[in-house]
Design a binder for this molecule. Structure first.
Ligand SMILES: Cc1cc2nc3c(=O)[nH]c(=O)nc-3n(C[C@H](O)[C@H](O)[C@H](O)COP(=O)(O)OP(=O)(O)OC[C@H]3O[C@@H](n4cnc5c(N)ncnc54)[C@H](O)[C@@H]3O)c2cc1C
Length: 495
């Protein structure tokens, strides 16, 4: 007998967990499918020699009381299960420039961040104020930035059609200032000349306002969601994906054939996976050439080569809460996004302490081309050249950590490293890019209804990356499915 669901949600990262839970909360019969053996996608963590490392969730904005993520977690009923750790550090964000060794420490909190910029560049005070006013203006007028303003997820502001680079060029000639103000670009992986100012603002305002880790990281979030999913009877199947959409008309896919051989019926299916993977399932005759060209034109965001390390606390590593540190190899951040940039690329160090140890997640910007030679290999079956590449990269990054923090030399331990191929194969995403599809200015991402009308797209490649961006894509898609009044009732009941 064919099992029947109201909704199938594909992919169990933050996007899939959010969509499945919201649909479960309004009483729909939901099935969540995950290709990997474990749920969580980027929210997973792993352990090496007793130390837990997060994969794709280290810090977030929006968690201060009343912030957008705080509200989203309350809506999902998971907020009380999560313990945010807000950074109070004077160096919540630190930029270090290779050219002159100068260090810029910028505190958390928008006013403090703004003052920090002015402290270093007093002659740029007007430009700095103007920048932050523009960031606010965009967020105040953007749908999807508040639960009482979800009307459309439009890209309709003038700032949606002007790049971050152009805005900064209009504000100042000071290259250093421009890099300070675009530094959070590493949190969405698009160069300043390619991201719209509006999307930059939407992602960064929360980060300026407050910066927090969550105790036990992504694992804590996944566990909290799992408890709720169980409460609302959402069924989860791991190691499972849709192999074929059968019996498809323009209006509906009527049957969903799984890799297990099971066939399901569902009213709707929401994909929170990479657009390329969605395209593989859509029957060719249901997809116009224009639509296919649009999806084929998407580019991957930057990738990371990551080294997972830990050390004993040391004198020159005095930290307090989450700290993001950028070691900029180029004065102009735009250049850090060039695939052919020098062998040492800009490095992002994420620090936190755990049980008296300093945990470091150190990522260098990476590109598909770096690992192209081994792209046809899979986990555990890589050619030896790949292992040489990984070892050389790891050694080089270790040397850069020690150059910055020499006092850690005696206790620094490198526990693991990950290339774009590691990310690709563990996270089931086509190229191992950190944030899926690059959200380029003027681009229409695959978001909401697909050409087969009971299929939808959400997740990081549909809208904005990061835990908050991804949750909001699912909120907006589910709201579109159940209708604004029903969604408003849910929000009223829970917030
Ligand atoms: C290294 C790294 C560091 C990051 N750091 C941060 C951070 O500090 N803060 C922050 O807010 N964000 C961070 N991000 C970004 C954030 O993790 C992502 O934007 C977000 O988690 C993506 O969620 P998602 O649901 O769209 O996709 P994913 O988390 O990728 O989930 C997609 C899921 O779908 C599954 N899947 C794929 N194909 C199929 C299929 N055919 N059928 C079924 N299942 C399938 C995958 O296995 C995966 O579980 C980071 C990301 C990375 C990679």
């Amino acid at each position: 007998m064919t099992a029947r669901y109201d909704d199938i949600v594909v992919g169990s990262g933050m996007g899939g967990l959010s969509a499945a839970l919201l649909l479960g909360m309004i009483g729909r019969k939901v099935l969540l499918l995950e290709k990997a053996p474990r749920i969580g996608g980027c929210m997973q963590s792993f352990q090496r020699r007793g130390v837990t490392f997060d994969v794709g969730f280290h810090f977030t904005g929006g968690l201060a009381a009343g912030g957008l993520l705080d509200q989203a977690f309350r809506l999902f009923g998971v907020r009380d299960a999560l313990c945010p750790e807000f950074t109070q550090s004077r160096s919540a964000s630190r930029l270090v420039f290779k050219s002159d060794g100068r260090v810029y420490d910028l505190p958390a909190g928008e006013a403090a961040y703004r003052s920090g910029c002015k402290h270093y560049l007093p002659e740029e005070a007007r430009a700095i104020d103007h920048y932050f006013e523009m960031v606010h203006c965009v967020c105040d007028h953007s749908p999807g930035m508040a639960f009482d303003r979800l009307d459309t997820f439009g890209h309709g502001l003038a700032e949606d059609f002007i790049s971050l680079r152009d805005v900064l060029d209009g504000l100042s000639d000071n290259v250093r200032l421009k890099t300070l103000l675009s530094a959070y670009g590493l949190c969405y992986g698009v160069r300043p000349s390619q991201i719209s100012f509006a999307n930059h603002a939407r992602i960064t305002l929360g980060l300026y306002e407050s910066l927090a880790r969550i105790d036990r990281g992504g694992q804590a979030i996944v566990e909290a969601f799992c408890q709720q999913l169980e409460q609302y009877d959402v069924e989860i199947r791991c190691n499972t994906h849709i192999e074929e959409l059968a019996d498809v008309s323009r209006e509906r896919a009527n049957r969903f054939v799984l890799n297990s051989g099971d066939e399901l019926e569902a009213e709707r299916c929401i994909f929170t996976i990479h657009p390329e993977e969605i395209m593989k399932l859509l029957p060719a005759q249901r997809v116009s050439k224009a639509f296919r060209n649009r999806v084929n034109a998407y580019e991957p965001s930057i990738g990371f080569f990551t080294v997972y390390a830990c050390s004993q606390p040391c004198a020159d590593l005095s930290l307090n809460g989450a700290v993001i540190e950028l070691l900029c190899t180029d004065d102009d951040l735009e250049k850090s996004f060039d695939a052919d940039s020098s062998s040492d690329r800009t490095l992002m160090l994420l620090h936190h302490s755990d049980n008296g140890r300093q945990i470091m997640n150190v990522s260098e910007i990476a590109f598909r081309e770096d690992v192209a030679a081994w792209q046809h290999s899979s986990i555990g079956r890589r050619p030896s050249g790949y292992y040489d590449y990984k070892m050389k990269k790891t050694d080089a990054i270790r040397a850069r950590i020690l150059e910055r923090y020499p006092a850690c030399r005696a206790s620094l331990e490198i526990m693991e490293s990950a290339s774009m191929l590691t990310y690709r194969d563990y996270l089931s995403t086509p190229y191992g890019a950190v944030y899926g599809v690059k959200q380029k200015i003027g681009q229409f991402s695959l978001f909401g209804k697909l050409p087969v009308r009971n299929l939808y797209a959400a997740g990081q490649s549909a809208g904005l990356p990061g835990v908050l961006g991804v949750i909001m894509t699912s909120v907006l898609v589910v709201r579109g499915i159940i209708g604004p009044p029903a969604f408003a009732a849910l929000v009223k009941e829970r917030l």
